[in-house]
Design a protein. Structure first.
Lengths: 180, 419
């Protein structure tokens, strides 16, 4: 076989097998993709009208705990080791639903993902794992957590909250740089 | 067609004509030469092969009743109820599998440190080291994926934390170019570890990883063939000359012994001692390989107060933990990769035991002590400042040791007494 023929045969074979390999790789990648049913289950609607002031409600969204807290007018933390002792009620991170202010966050510490507990008398969250603390608006009061509790994408619909959808209020928080 | 002489079916001659069994036997065992100048540490390879075999067999029995179903604690119950209390001798396979997984790492570490101590990773033996490190990595993946299967609290949260590592750096670095939250979700097939996650880790554990391990074991043996195993003095042996002496009956003068039956008889003795320990643990102290926290079913709404990996991952966990997220990730990746580079970081041509190599001897013992320190500190909760500090110092020591290695080996004097 001439060099030229050998080259053309080799290149043709390589091109076709390469094409096949790419196809298989794509198929393998798609097999590992999130199933449509899992994605469809990624939306949770929560009615917040029954919430009581300063009592933490824990819901679940996408397998993660969601903290919902109706704030009292005075939600100043009892102490703030890092000096951030502002009244949590005035925080821009809160959502206004039906005239009341709510904290809606993913209930996982931003340090290593433990679930903090809420202490109503002190107006703060404390994490048992590594001692991190957050205010009632989710701001860090004591490290190691590097950032505030995360606000999930949401849409406000009357007294209902749809988690997983991005409503105008959520987009505004993003535009204001409060949500990354 | 080849010519076949008449022979009794299945007799040695008949088999040899069809399958070259005598040649195979000769090449693979009776004329595969091992130096005489070795000690019990040279038996670790066969101990590992045997332990892997036991893990495969016990795994086959566990596989018959295990259910990879993340809903309603079905996977958890299939292990902790069905296998442990319903299946006859189910407890036996599970304890063998758990103890074996732990001991296999103990032996891997002994095997690795033996190689480092005697310099068995250079002058022709680089590929032995590299394929061995490949085995270490795949065994780690195998151990981690297996740890997910009982779907207890430690399985779930270890799965959460370890897959979170693939998120990369925090979003504020390079405008988020090194932050991959969607990659983590893709890896899990869900927002959190769930059914898709359990299913794919089940597949990895029972099929893909074992296949890769078997392939790598063959490669590891293959890389050993031409350079042969090292010996206690790092002596360069003329294997052909020595083998000829042995075959001529001058066994005393030969520096080598055949793998079968001579070396194997030593191996089997060491294995016997090892399996006494192995089954003592299986029957009387299996609990060391069974974390009590993992006897609670996975609960996405409740984190265990203190999350830690199995003992064999603690040293690398402790290199991740004392630092901030981004720095910790860099050093963690460094620690995983740097051992691979050992044959190229050791700049000295000496193949000799560490204690005859001056500074390298000190380096070796420091590395061993440091990794044991990291292991102990990794198990302790990070809340105690003294232990956290010791852990941090040990992590920095580990990194520094690898940085200085090329320099101390470059100035190393040639070891005398090379025969």
């Amino acid at each position: 076989m001439s060099d030229r023929r050998q080259f053309i045969t080799g290149a043709g074979l390589a091109a076709f097998t390469g094409l096949g390999a790419l196809g298989v790789l794509y198929g393998a990648k798609r097999t590992w993709d999130m199933l449509p049913s899992v994605k469809a289950a990624g939306f949770t609607t929560i009615d917040v009208s029954a919430a009581q002031e300063n009592v933490l409600v824990t819901e679940m969204w996408r397998g993660k705990p969601i903290f919902i807290l109706k704030l009292a007018k005075d939600a100043k933390p009892a102490s703030a080791p890092n000096g951030n002792d502002a009244n949590a009620y005035d925080d821009k991170r809160l959502l206004e639903i039906d005239g009341s202010k709510y904290l809606v966050v993913i209930g996982l510490c931003t340090h290593l993902g433990c679930i903090p507990a809420y202490y109503g008398d002190e107006n703060k969250f404390k994490c048992a794992c590594h001692g991190g603390e957050f205010s009632a608006s989710g701001e860090v009061l004591k490290s190691p957590p590097p950032s505030p509790l995360v606000i999930p994408p949401f849409k406000i619909d009357g007294t209902k909250l749809v988690l997983g959808e991005q409503g105008p209020e959520y987009k505004k928080l993003v535009a204001d740089g409060i949500v990354a | 067609m080849a010519h076949f002489d008449k022979a009794m079916p299945f007799s040695n001659k008949w088999m040899d004509q069809r399958l070259a069994v005598n040649t195979l036997q000769r090449v693979l065992s009776t004329e595969y030469w091992i130096p005489k100048n070795i000690n019990f540490l040279w038996a670790m390879g066969m101990i590992l092969a045997a332990t892997f075999g036991i893990l495969v067999v016990s795994g086959i029995f566990l596989l018959m009743y295990y259910v990879p179903d993340a809903s309603n604690a079905a996977a958890f119950d299939s292990v902790n109820y069905t296998i442990m209390s319903e299946v006859g001798y189910g407890w036996f396979w599970r304890h063998i599998h758990g103890v074996g997984a732990s001991l296999v790492f103990l032996i891997i570490y002994i095997h690795m440190f033996t190689g480092i101590y005697y310099g068995s990773y250079k002058r022709g033996r680089e590929l032995i080291w590299l394929s061995g490190m490949g085995l270490f990595i795949v065994f780690s993946a195998e151990a981690f994926s297996g740890y997910m299967l009982p779907w207890g609290q430690m399985s779930y949260w270890a799965g959460m934390v370890i897959t979170n590592l693939f998120e990369g750096a925090t979003p504020d670095v390079l405008g988020g170019a090194l932050n991959f939250p969607h990659f983590v979700e893709w890896l899990r097939g869900d927002y959190v570890p769930g059914q898709a996650f359990l299913g794919r880790f089940f597949m990895l554990h029972v099929l893909l990883m074992p296949l890769v391990i078997m392939g790598l074991i063959v490669l590891h043996f293959g890389t050993l063939r031409i350079p042969h195993v090292n010996n206690q003095d790092g002596e360069e042996i003329d294997f052909e000359e020595s083998a000829a002496l042995w075959k001529a009956g001058r066994k005393k003068e030969a520096k080598v012994i055949p793998f079968k039956p001579v070396f194997l008889s030593k191996d089997v003795f060491v294995m016997g001692v090892y399996f006494i320990l192995f089954f003592y643990l299986v029957f009387y102290h299996f609990e060391f390989a069974m974390d009590p926290v993992n006897f609670d079913p996975a609960d996405p709404l409740k984190t265990p107060t203190h999350i830690y990996p199995e003992w064999y991952f603690l040293w690398s966990y402790e290199i991740l933990r004392p630092f901030s997220k981004n720095v910790g990730l860099i050093w963690f990746a460094f620690a995983q990769g740097i051992l691979m580079a050992l044959p190229f970081l050791d700049r000295s041509p000496n193949v000799a035991p560490a204690n005859r190599r001056g500074l390298f001897g000190i380096w070796f013992w420091l590395l061993l002590i440091d990794m044991i320190t990291l292991t102990i500190m990794g198990k302790l909760p990070p809340t105690d400042p003294t232990f956290a500090m010791i852990g941090k110092v040990a992590a920095i020591t580990f990194i520094s040791l690898w940085v200085v290695l090329p320099f101390i080996t470059m100035i190393e004097k040639p070891v005398g007494g090379k025969k």
